[in-house]
Ligand binder design. Structure first.
Ligand SMILES: O=P(O)(O)O[C@H]1O[C@H](CO)[C@@H](O)[C@H]1O
Ligand SMILES: O=c1cc[nH]c(=O)[nH]1
Length: 234
């Protein structure tokens, strides 16, 4: 049955869904990595596809930007479509010198300035955490493929254009690796429904140095992250 934001039928999604923020990145993955692809939803142009990767059934769908948007899609996928695992694959800004542009960051946990998880836990801090099994699979797969990854705490920001840039130095001092806008929300939804989630990111820009990737570099480095994540779910 369709939900307010997804028109797919029950059974149209695989048990694992890869979620980039950008629906066109979802299409790129479907076009370049999946076989036997079917577009299962296009409500609001938030494309979702199901196909196979090396014989394994897998879906990919855009989440939109920010916690409110990914929370809607993750909730409907977990609750109404029987999805068990969502792996966000996104871009992030690095906040530390040892994390470089184009590096891959895996979000073991996600700090945030959002109140969504406090709303879930009577205004207490909730440790928004990735699923250990999904995390281990990605780390083991990276080792097998000879790809370096940074694993640790990331920061999920409500505002891309922050009025508090001094926060970045505080994040760095606390060992936070990078900033993005969805992981803490996704981990909260997964916890609420007893499901699994992980976030894998590619550093698209460096907050401290101002360095950015070109469009070409984004495409190729994002492909590295896509391949790593797809291999990890086999
Ligand atoms: O590249 P995506 O997955 O959209 O992720 C990052 O990019 C967007 C901001 O430009 C935010 O969604 C942030 O989390
Ligand atoms: O959310 C994001 C994504 C990329 N770079 C940033 O600085 N923030």
């Amino acid at each position: 049955m369709a939900t307010p934001h997804i028109e797919a039928a029950v059974g149209d999604f695989a048990e694992t869904v890869l979620m980039p923020g950008d629906p066109l990145r979802a299409k790129f993955i479907a076009d370049n990595f999946l076989e036997d692809v079917k577009c299962v939803t296009r409500v609001r142009n938030m494309f979702g596809f199901t196909g196979t990767y090396k014989g394994k059934r897998v879906s990919v769908m855009g989440s939109g930007m920010g916690i409110p948007s990914i929370s809607i899609y993750a909730t409907e996928l977990y609750k109404e479509y029987g999805v068990e695992k969502i792996i966000r694959i996104g871009s992030c800004g690095a906040v530390r010198d040892d994390i470089k542009v184009r590096d891959i960051v895996v979000g073991m946990a996600a700090s945030t300035d959002s109140n969504v998880n406090r709303n879930r836990l009577d205004n207490c801090d909730f440790a928004a955490t990735a699923d250990f099994g999904l995390l281990k699979n990605v780390v083991d797969t990276a080792e097998k493929l000879g790809k370096d990854v940074h694993v640790g705490n990331i920061f999920t920001a409500d505002l891309f254009y922050t009025p508090k840039p001094e926060m970045f130095a505080k994040m760095e001092n606390l060992g936070i690796l990078a900033v993005e806008m969805e992981a803490a929300g996704l981990y909260g939804v997964a916890a609420e429904y007893g499901k699994k989630a992980l976030t894998v990111l590619t550093v698209s820009d460096h907050i401290k140095t101002g360095e950015e990737t070109t469009a070409d570099e984004r495409e190729n480095t994002f492909k590295d992250m896509m391949e790593l994540t797809l291999e990890s779910v086999l």
